[in-house]
Design a protein around this ligand. Sequence first.
Ligand code: 13P
Length: 279
Amino acid sequence: MIGNTKAILTAAREGNYAVAAFNVYNQETARASVRAAEGLDQPVIIALGERYFPTVDVEGFAAMVKVLAAKSSVPVALHLDHAYEKESIERAIAAGFSSVMYDGSRYNLEQNVHHTKEIVAMAHASGVSVEAEIGSLARGAFSDEEEGDGTLTSPSDAKQFVAETGVDFLAAAIGTVHGMYSGEPNINLPLLEQIRSAIDIPLVLHGGSGTPDAIITETIKRGICKINVNTEISLAATDFLKQLVNVKPDAHLSVMMAELENAIVPAMSRFVALFANRE
Ligand code: 13P
């Protein structure tokens, strides 16, 4: 069924679990996300980043996801991940996305509030919910995201930001990175507790890949309701393709793509189960 991000995250918050938001870029990754969610009877969020707009037909992609969602037995919501430009957000809203992330991390707090308020007014007028982030994530290995400076979220800034902008969800920067960790992850759980005490909306964790399962579980206990995953799924897919080319060098592309989709479903299912506390 077609899901609404806000309803999905409100239910997750009440139920003390988190929902996977998989970064997708084509039919195979979108379908695998839905299959993984259906296998565990959990909702899922399909996230397309602004950085993929040059290579993905946004309107065509949204139409495809709507059909996949309508056919699915679980709620499937379409989300715009890390958008820096107002035009991208307008485009996503027009294409029927359920929620958008406005990333104003390049601005100071005051400017970020100013721009985010404008986005919230525009999105809410169309019934679309808004995620924002205070602080930013550093980039680890194999990531395809923008490089952030790794500034952790200040609970007092987060409180002011949420009160002044009216955003629906907040991404908390607590030490996770986009991509795989080079050394030991240094995740600040006490900081997450402070952020949760300061604000009263669902919290989002970016940088799901490579984060130890036990830490993920602790973040969910402390209010994380949505966890973004990109790099680990991409690595599972590219590792599989490299093997496939060796084992079946003459395979037709249609076969390769179908096998690729099958290969990433277990990687996604692992995250869905972990986030649902069902491992
Ligand atoms: P990973 O690539 O670390 O899974 O992070 C994805 C993400 O946070 C996208 O916004």
